[in-house]
Design a protein around this ligand. Structure first.
Ligand code: PHE
Ligand code: NA
Length: 458
């Protein structure tokens, strides 16, 4: 009986650990770095509202779908898709959807690990007092010097990957679970502590206005699609991370409430990150609209001007680092599980090979900030003239592969999975009906629009 099946890789020891694991995957650079500047750029509260709607119609249904499919198949994404599809009387070709997720995970991690390396560097830079008394020119310079020096970034990227590999190599219980048990409570404590501190600067009102004052004139079709794309990325969908975590979930847990909690936590943590960053930024008059430079340029500058900025700065970058690590392990796990299932390698060897390959690809991203800075592979393609290899990798992974695999997964869950098999898993008849309708009609359409927009067809 398929519901009795167990994963050969192990099983989470509790429902809470599963929630923390998926939340750890979801909470990452997307929450701390991307969400706050997207809100600032796209109309504050109006963007937040659109984003919440996207989380409900795209994020939540797909999260549920990935968990349900993963738990049913109990393998890495390719094996799971193949198994579940054939059990439903469908074609084995569905396994290629799993392959697509794996490819996306591979690419995303190679880029993610480089930025994880920057975060690691910044923990040490800040703790060492590099930013004390720095002005904005110096703060930017520190960043440029870091990313401009391939050897330095290589060292940090290597260290970041090595820790990720060590954790994954130790397995579901001893590695992933152990990391999650430490990192997640620390992450939440740090975030709350920093938010309380930031509230003490007296600039909370400005920050709240910035985050929540709705300016609907800035909402356009394009902005809606940005919000939808971000909902996708922030929940780690389409890379097999949630699917493989679902494969380790106990069969008696109802999926809908669990997924609801995860989405809620992801949203709350993104908003809290905004309430850490903006009060500090406003209190010190540093630029709030620095976009991508917000975390690595504006924040160090902000800490440079604070009493005890060394402490708070170090804690802030530790927060970024923990968030990045819990996401990185969820990107490596589906790949390692896949290799273990398809070869005779044991987990630690599989981890070494996969990790080394990702590490090597990461070097390309590193070089595109320095030695290969001027390489523009698509220099004559409109819209991509200025894109470096790093830009193209992240674009391909995040804006193309993720939505394609998400679209196919939504289609599979809505139209191929038999209703009876899913109904019992969600926990609640009404919830099941709403989910089923959404995943059949609304989610695929929404994801398709995001995809077409990404590749500039609409
Ligand atoms: N959800 C992570 C974030 O918000 C990014 C991520 C995507 C992590 C895919 C794992 C898998 O930063
Ligand atoms: Na996230």
């Amino acid at each position: 009986m398929s519901s009795q099946r167990r994963s050969i890789h192990g099983q989470w020891s509790s429902r809470l650990i599963f929630i923390l694991a998926v939340t750890g995957s979801a909470v990452g650079l997307g929450n701390i770095w991307k969400f706050p500047y997207l809100v600032g750029e796209h109309g504050g509260g109006a963007f937040v509202l659109v984003y919440l709607a996207c989380m409900l119609i795209v994020g939540l249904p797909l999260l549920v779908a990935e968990i349900v499919i993963g738990r049913r198949g109990r393998c890495a994404p390719a094996g799971t898709m193949e198994r579940v599809a054939t059990e439903e009387g469908g074609a084995r070709h569905w396994k290629y959807v799993g392959w697509l997720s794996l490819l996306a995970a591979f690419l995303v991690l190679s880029v993610y690990s480089v930025i994880g390396g920057w975060s690691l560097a910044y923990v040490f830079r800040t703790a060492g007092g590099v930013f004390s008394g720095a002005d904005s020119f110096q703060a930017v310079l520190v960043f440029q010097e870091l990313i401009g020096d391939p050897e330095k970034v290589l060292a940090w990227h290597t260290l970041f990957m090595a820790v990720t590999m060590t954790l994954v190599g130790r397995g579901v219980r001893e590695g992933l679970e152990e990391a999650i048990r430490w990192f997640m409570p620390l992450l939440l404590l740090l975030l709350i502590f920093l938010a309380v501190y930031a509230a003490g600067t007296g600039q909370t009102r400005e920050a709240l206005a910035f985050l929540f004052y709705p300016d609907f004139s800035r909402i356009s079709g394009g902005v809606v699609l940005v919000a939808m794309g971000h909902a996708f990325f922030t929940l780690s969908l389409g890379v097999g991370a949630v699917m493989v975590y679902g494969a380790y979930l106990h069969r008696r847990v109802s999926v809908l409430p669990v997924a609801g909690v995860i989405v809620g936590l992801d949203v709350v943590i993104a908003l809290l990150a905004g309430l850490v960053i903006f009060p500090l930024v406003f209190a010190h008059g540093t630029p709030a609209d620095s976009g991508l430079g917000l975390v690595f340029e504006t924040m160090p500058l902000t800490f440079a001007q604070m009493d005890s900025g060394v402490w708070f700065g170090t804690l802030f970058f530790l927060l970024v680092l923990f968030a990045a690590w819990t996401s990185a392990i969820s990107l490596l796990e589906p790949l390692v599980a896949h290799v273990v299932e398809h070869t005779k390698l044991d987990r630690s060897l599989a981890t070494s090979y996969v990790g080394a390959a990702i590490w090597a690809l990461g070097v390309v991203s590193i070089l595109s900030f320095n030695l290969w800075e001027h390489v523009r592979p698509l220099g004559n393609v409109s819209g991509f003239e200025q894109s470096t290899l790093f830009d193209l990798f992240s674009f391909l992974a995040i804006n193309v592969l993720l939505p394609i695999s998400g679209l196919l997964i939504a289609f599979f869950a809505g139209w191929r999975l038999s209703k009876a098999s899913v109904r019992v898993e969600l926990g609640g008849e009404y919830g099941w009906r709403v989910w089923h309708f959404t995943i059949r009609f609304i989610t695929p359409l929404a994801v398709l629009l995001v995809l077409l927009h990404s590749i500039r067809l609409i």
